[in-house]
Ligand binder design. Structure first.
Ligand code: BES
Ligand code: MN
Ligand code: MN
Length: 458
């Protein structure tokens, strides 16, 4: 059986796999920072070279309006075999705040079975799993059990617009039976989980301006409005202290959680104690009438991510700042429509913004939530693969994060997505000291080998 050879091939090469991953993680492919565009391209080239070396064919780095896509395929399993479209992203979040890292974010460190670096878990380590699986099959038996197409993007952390467009325009090229994505986490090293839902999102930056230059707060405080004070009022009008979003119409299309769904969501053992241990927060928070799993997986929310404005240096400075920038996003659930939410948000801001301010809203593309159809054969294959490698069947969970392109795969290619992740809840993705558990990296390679084998046999 080809699976055994591939598993043995992979198991014998752990040191090389890790060395290559370290190399990949050294490239600061931060997609949100324009000055890093060259590094993002370097990561694309690195990935393409390693895909070719693994034996993947037709590898190309595809330029886009922003960051390149990397495509490759291996299509020699024959017409009868299923085709899997593997997706991942090689871009990473900014590493800031740098001073909170125990080692530099782009100088990977291996310690106690974890590799520490920006992008270790999200998502370079998990992308690398797929390259190593291809190498294991092609380097040992010379073939894979399925036809496999690979599409990797360098823009996921900044909205994924280029890939969204590419998917819409290249339906034939990307045609497949199912999508496979490793960009999420399992519950623990002992308990795998299969993510069957993701929240959607819309993201904004608002620039709010009062006076056309900074003013002395003694000369003008009390007669000219201050954009920082205004931001406080605006935020309070966007969301109440129990987590209810106050934008009119925001909940209109939110699908009620059915009894069946409620039961499925309750399977994941997740209580306040775990939440507090994971986050270090002093108390849990959110809509009291919903459980933690429901709040994360099936309820929408709104959060402010950053406010830039005013004086933040040492000592005091009595100033009325001219302009404030605020970054915020909303997480969406079925059946909220990103375009409708965007319109409702803008109309509400227009209504609550005082006449003392001028403002602009800069928005990235939004994406709807997704829920995976659990009746497809690939779900069975994923269950078997996780079960074989981890010794326990996966629990089904709904993730709170977003992977915008997953909805495009559904919309333009008609495909369901298997979210077969290998991270852990405390990987600190998007945060200082991001890490990836190496046990899961190696088990990830094994699990994907089993998955492709199961699917190919089916
Ligand atoms: N891998 C995450 C999404 C994720 C996180 C899925 C946790 C499941 C569990 C992804 O890289 C991500 O961070 N996406 C962004 C998208 C946004 C920038 C458009 C997100 O969710 O904030
Ligand atoms: Mn990711
Ligand atoms: Mn991310």
């Amino acid at each position: 059986m080809s699976k055994e050879k591939a598993l043995a091939y992979a198991a014998e090469r752990r040191d090389e796999q890790l060395a290559a991953l370290i190399d990949f993680l050294r490239i600061p492919s931060i997609s949100t920072q324009p000055e890093r565009a060259e590094d993002v391209r370097k990561a694309a080239d690195w990935l393409a070279a390693h895909m070719r070396e693994a034996g993947i064919e037709n590898v190309e780095v595809i330029p886009t309006g922003r960051h390149p896509l990397v495509y490759g395929d291996w299509l020699k399993a024959g017409d009868g075999a299923p085709t899997v479209l593997v997706y991942g992203h090689y871009d990473v979040q900014p590493p800031d705040p740098l001073e909170l890292w125990n080692s530099p974010p782009f100088e990977p460190v291996v310690k106690d079975d974890f590799i520490y670096a920006r992008g270790a878990a999200d998502d370079k380590g998990q992308v690398h799993i797929h390259v190593k699986v291809a190498e294991a099959f092609l380097g040992s038996v010379g073939e894979m059990p399925c036809n496999v197409k690979y599409i990797f993007e360098g823009e996921e952390e900044s909205g994924g617009e280029s890939l969204s467009q590419y998917v819409a325009e290249n339906q034939e090229k990307l045609a497949a039976d199912v999508v496979l994505v490793s960009d999420s986490h399992i519950l623990s090293p002992e308990q795998p989980s299969l993510v069957y839902g993701l929240r959607g999102n819309v993201y904004y930056q608002m620039n709010i301006t009062g006076p056309d230059h900074d003013l002395h707060s003694g000369s003008y405080g009390g007669v000219v409005d201050n954009p920082l004070n205004v931001v406080g009022h605006l935020i309070a009008k966007l969301k109440d202290e129990n987590g209810k979003v106050l934008i009119p119409g925001f909940y209109d299309k939110v699908r009620e959680i059915s009894d069946e769904e409620r039961a499925l969501l309750a399977v994941k053992p997740y209580g306040e104690e775990t939440l507090l241990a994971e986050t270090g927060a002093p108390a849990a928070w959110g809509e009291p009438e919903f459980t933690l799993n429901e709040r994360i997986g099936a309820r929408p929310t709104l959060d402010v991510h950053g406010i830039i404005g005013g004086y933040t240096g040492r000592g005091g400075k009595t100033v009325l700042p001219s302009t404030v920038h605020i970054k915020l996003s909303m997480r969406l659930v079925p059946d909220q429509d990103p375009a409708e939410i965007q319109a409702a948000f803008k109309a509400y801001i227009e209504e609550i913004m005082p006449p003392t301010m001028t403002y602009e809203i800069i928005g990235e593309r939004g994406a709807p939530a997704v829920v995976v159809d659990l009746s497809i054969p690939a779900v069975e294959a994923a269950k078997t693969a996780y079960g074989t490698v981890f010794g326990r069947e996966p629990i089904f969970v709904r993730g709170g994060g977003s992977i915008p392109v997953v909805s495009d795969f559904k919309q333009h290619l008609g495909l369901e997505t298997i979210l077969m992740g290998f991270g852990l809840p405390d990987d600190r993705i998007h945060s200082p000291n991001e890490r990836f558990y190496l046990g899961n990296y190696y088990k990830g390679i094994e699990t994907v080998i089993h998955f492709l084998d199961e699917l190919g046999e089916g």
